[in-house]
Design a protein around this ligand. Structure first.
Ligand code: G3H
Ligand code: ZN
Length: 286
């Protein structure tokens, strides 16, 4: 069934495990993720970035695609359809399209404006039973070939966002989107500890791809309940597709048939989902 993220992530923080928040880009990606969740009997959050939603034809297409696949594939585990890193307009559009959950990412706004807009989204979303994620500090990432560290979230800001009534909070704690540079200093566990003490809501770790497993496990034990993964699936998809083509398999039989060509990458996404869910300790549903 489709559900919002509120109770799922509360239970995860309380039980010291995390639930995967995986980005989707198309039909294959969505099927692969749903299949992995169903095989393991675990809940899943499937999210679209604004860019991916645009690529797929808009928020309604995304919502209807995921909802229809849940039905057609007889998916019985809880599924959350979530907007990832949405601006104010995107959050409103995703709410209107029937998403179960939205992230309003106002990290590039002045804090007061970010707080005010977050409150507005919370009010609108909660009136429709939709959960809300906000971002405090910022997540690092690549810009013009340089990988930035992101801005460490302050405890006071984290508390202020918590007080807006959001359902889960993403905090910048040295995490980075995309691949981690060799000289990465690791997660700021001291700050995570302080934030976890000040914020009762489940915490979200963005940039989940490429963080060493021990660090992820430690972060989960401290209050991270939602682990965002995108790049890891992209790498797995690209590798499997490249191997298929380089082995000349697209030249044999009807290997160029798109359904055959996309199959190895699709399976690689399901496998990646299962592997990561295993070390997040995601609890199976009863
Ligand atoms: O919001 C999406 C995630 O933070 C994904 O980050 O691509 O580094 O796994 P990642
Ligand atoms: Zn992110």
């Amino acid at each position: 069934p489709l559900v919002n993220g509120t109770e799922l992530f509360k239970a995860a923080r309380k039980g010291h495990y995390a639930i995967g928040a995986f980005n989707t880009n198309n039909l294959e990606w969505t099927r692969a993720l749903l299949q992995g969740a169903q095989d393991l009997n675990v809940p899943i959050l499937i999210q679209t970035s604004m860019g991916a939603a645009k690529y797929m034809g808009g928020y309604e297409v995304c919502q209807k695609l995921i909802e229809s696949l849940v039905k057609a594939m007889d998916i019985t585990v809880p599924v959350v359809i979530h907007l990832d890193h949405g601006d104010f307009e995107a959050a409103k559009a995703a709410i209107a399209a029937g998403y179960n959950s939205v992230m309003f990412d106002g990290h590039d706004l002045p804090v007061d404006e970010n707080l005010a807009k977050t409150k507005e989204i919370v009010k609108l979303a909660h009136s429709k039973g939709i959960s809300v994620e906000a971002e405090v500090g910022s997540i690092g990432g690549e810009e013009d070939g340089v990988i930035g560290e992101g801005e460490l979230a302050s405890v006071a800001d984290a508390k202020a966002f918590s007080d807006t009534g959001i359902d889960f909070l993403a905090a910048g704690i040295g995490n980075i989107h995309g691949q981690y540079p060799d000289n990465w200093k690791g997660l700021h566990f001291d700050r995570l500890q302080e934030i976890a003490e000040a914020v009762p809501q489940p915490l979200v770790l963005h940039g989940g791809s490429g963080i060493p497993q021990e660090q992820v496990e430690k972060a989960i034990s401290m209050g991270i309940a939602k682990l965002n993964i995108n790049t890891e699936c992209q790498l797995a998809f690209a590798k499997a597709t490249r191997e298929y083509i380089e082995a000349g398999k697209d030249q044999q039989g009807k290997g160029y048939d798109p359904r055959k060509l996309l199959a190895p990458g699709t399976k690689a996404i399901t496998d990646t989902f299962k592997e990561i869910s295993g070390w997040m300790g995601t609890k199976p549903v009863k």
